[in-house]
Design a protein around this ligand. Structure first.
Ligand SMILES: Cc1cc2nc3c(=O)[nH]c(=O)nc-3n(C[C@H](O)[C@H](O)[C@H](O)COP(=O)(O)OP(=O)(O)OC[C@H]3O[C@@H](n4cnc5c(N)ncnc54)[C@H](O)[C@@H]3O)c2cc1C
Length: 488
């Protein structure tokens, strides 16, 4: 089964058997390839690495039989993606696993704040802040699919749901600090700090509140699921579906120059702006090249993958109910950690994002053994070793953690980039996310370039980072529309 094509219009409009290629097989590259293939184009995808998926790959990074996510691990945006949701990915092996609750946030008193998926449960578990939490999130939880189609596309596009977007916009421009001030309890403020810290922004910066909400709302609307067997399952399902069309993913095929691709009618690049300049160099206008060179990359991740002999010995047993755990203590501590990173420094007690998938998916480690994925935020290109600080933070909430470690694999920002060229300086989001690069990403042209029939479709285009495929989807639709109308 192929599912219904959202773009059959283009198919009937195609006059020839046009050939397209996509450079890069991350979620956005594969999404773009599917849109093009659904429209009737023959599509080749060129992937530099031996395995497709970019930052959505799963590999034996520590010991045999331990299947770690190289990049993405927890997938609210994939589960809530308007494009992925329209594809029959379940038929191609994608199965979502929901832990009993999406997220736990342990505190020093040995308890944890838990974000429950069901809003009524969240209301009671957040106590004095339950009503405020529901008032803040419910209008958007109930209309997630409409909100997702608005926020997961170019910010300057004409909205289909202007009132909903305006309502969201009231909160969106505020800082996490401003939004958290409506909560009475330090526990709820800490929870919101962890959600907003996904933005890689300072928690007193505009837009940081929007990111907090864009993590909280899908937690209730679609959950924070993990794919059975890891992120590779998302990639494999996309690839298998793609290859039901006249399309092929060619791995270990790094594209060094656009000249290699002259036989294609249209080329979409799932690459960072810096690489587009390298690959397409002389084909781009000098002005456009300068703009791409001015693109700002975001802060980086310092990541450690662990193979464990047993589950993490959390002080707060509630942490065993959730696939994701945020470590960093209070709002003030998390804000200080993110401020240090924004100032080019390294926090002594960094905010840690941690995933423990084997509590809910035994297929990813030998019987009784476990894997853990953990990272903190560091300045772009940092070469400071954060391993001890990450482990100290885990020990703070789970004494004895180090004794459970069978093996570990450390990824500095440079290590991340060496396995996926799009992770420039260790930037996991495809570029910094301030107001300017939200609106003009990577330039005012967005997906289009200064060259006819050459497009960008990576997380460096709207709507930005995360596994949702919407950059690829929108880029491919623009490419098709221009191909059929002949518009430049
Ligand atoms: C450590 C980490 C943790 C993350 N956690 C999450 C998470 O939990 N949830 C979530 O939703 N998102 C997460 N993300 C972000 C998410 O993975 C990315 O935003 C997403 O993968 C971007 O997709 P993309 O297709 O734009 O680029 P990528 O996934 O980076 O794919 C780009 C692909 O292009 C290939 N390529 C580049 N240049 C060339 C070339 N010249 N020739 C051929 N191929 C080329 C690369 O090899 C790569 O395969 C995480 C990322 C990282 C690194």
């Amino acid at each position: 089964m192929r599912g219904s094509s959202p773009i059959s219009y283009y198919k009937s409009a195609m006059t020839t058997n046009a050939k397209a290629c996509v450079v890069g097989s991350g979620p956005n590259g594969l999404a773009a390839a599917i849109v093009l293939a659904q429209a009737g184009l023959h599509v080749d995808v060129f992937e530099a690495e031996p395995t497709p998926g970019g930052a959505a790959r799963t590999m034996e990074l520590t010991l045999p039989g331990f299947l770690h996510d190289f990049g993405s691990a927890v997938h609210p945006l994939a589960a809530g993606s308007p494009f992925f949701s329209a594809l029959p990915l379940k038929n191609y092996g994608l199965e979502w696993i929901h832990s009993p609750a999406p997220l736990a946030h342990p505190l020093d008193d040995g308890t944890a704040v838990v974000l429950e998926r069901n809003l009524a449960d969240a209301k009671s578990s957040l106590g004095a802040d339950g009503d405020a939490w529901v008032r803040l999130t419910r209008p958007f939880v109930e209309r997630w699919s409409e909100l997702a189609s608005e926020v997961l596309r170019p910010a300057l596009a004409i909205p289909k749901h202007p009132l909903l977007l305006a309502r969201f916009g009231v909160h969106a421009l505020r800082s996490a600090e401003a939004i958290a001030s409506r909560f009475r309890s330090e526990r709820t403020r800490a929870l919101f700090a962890g959600l907003a810290a996904h933005s890689f922004l300072g928690l007193d910066e505009p837009l940081s509140g929007a990111f907090g909400l864009l993590m909280a709302i899908p937690a209730h609307a679609v959950g924070w699921p993990i794919p059975r067997r890891g992120a590779q399952s998302i990639t494999d399902a996309l690839r298998r579906y793609l290859e039901t069309f006249p399309a092929e993913v060619k791995t270990s095929s790094r594209v060094e120059s656009l000249a290699e691709l002259s036989r294609y009618d249209v080329t979409l690049c799932d690459v960072a702006p810096r690489q587009l300049v390298r690959i397409a160099g002389q084909h781009l206008s000098a002005r456009y090249t300068r703009r791409l060179e001015r693109f700002r990359y975001g802060p980086a991740a310092f990541k450690v993958d662990y193979a464990l002999s047993e589950p993490i010995p959390w002080k707060a047993s509630e942490c065993l109910r959730t696939a994701t755990v945020h470590l960093g203590g209070s709002f003030a501590e998390i804000a200080a950690s993110e401020r240090a990173m924004r100032n080019g420094e390294h926090a002594d007690q960094p905010f840690i994002l941690l995933s423990q998938p084997t509590l809910f998916d035994a297929s990813r480690a030998p019987a009784g053994k476990h894997i853990v994925w953990a990272y903190c935020h560091v300045p772009n290109g940092s070469n400071i070793d954060m391993q001890q600080r990450i482990e100290d933070q885990i020990e703070r909430f789970a004494p004895g953690f180090r004794e459970t470690v069978l093996a570990r694999r450390v990824f500095s920002p440079a290590d991340l980039e060496s396995m996926d060229a799009n992770l420039v300086g260790g930037d996991v989001g495809g570029g910094a996310m301030g107001l300017r690069q939200l609106l003009f990403r990577p330039t005012v042209r967005q997906y289009a370039t200064s060259t006819n029939n050459l497009y960008l479709c990576s997380a460096s285009t709207p709507p930005g980072g995360g596994v949702h495929g919407m950059c690829g989807y929108h880029a491919a639709r623009m490419a098709l529309s221009r191909l059929t109308t002949g518009k430049r």
